[in-house]
Design a protein around this ligand. Structure first.
Ligand SMILES: [Zn+2]
Length: 144
């Protein structure tokens, strides 16, 4: 019954189902790996704890390392992503972490960003939600 063809189709089926999941996980791991070891350790623990604390929410790491080239371009564009030329992202010490729903980043009012920020701070991170210019509730960085 459970012959080779059945087995092959089962593998293909499982492969297709698990692909997006593992791709997303790989993607996150790759992003974490772009950080300096100390930052990688903190953010890995932080995101793990965050998912435990907010099980009903989907939490993503949007960006970690940013090249100086990309930073300069964002800066020149006057993007809301950044208002600085020197960023902790280019130093591999920062990450942007958001709550998402239907692949869209949730607004500050629609998710427990403050609680997540406080959790980040308990890991010794500086949280962009404390800043007024720019108010950046998704941003976290290692304090040097
Ligand atoms: Zn950031």
């Amino acid at each position: 019954m459970f012959n080779r063809i059945t087995f092959t189709w089962l593998c293909i089926f499982l492969g297709i189902c698990l692909m997006p999941l593992s791709a997303a996980a790989l993607d996150e791991k790759a992003k974490l790996n772009q950080l300096k070891p100390k930052a990688r350790k903190i953010f890995t623990e932080f995101i793990k704890q965050a998912r435990k604390q907010f099980p009903k929410h989907k939490i993503i790491i949007a960006e970690t390392y940013r090249t100086q080239d990309r930073q300069d371009k964002l800066f020149k564009k006057g993007s809301s992503t950044t208002t600085v030329r020197v960023s902790m992202h280019t130093k591999r010490l920062a990450a942007d972490i958001y709550f998402i729903e239907d692949k869209k980043i949730l607004a500050y009012e629609k998710a427990p960003y403050l609680e997540l920020g406080e959790l980040g701070e308990s890991f010794g991170l500086r949280w962009g939600g404390r800043w007024s210019v720019p108010f950046d509730p998704g941003h976290y960085e290692v304090i040097q």
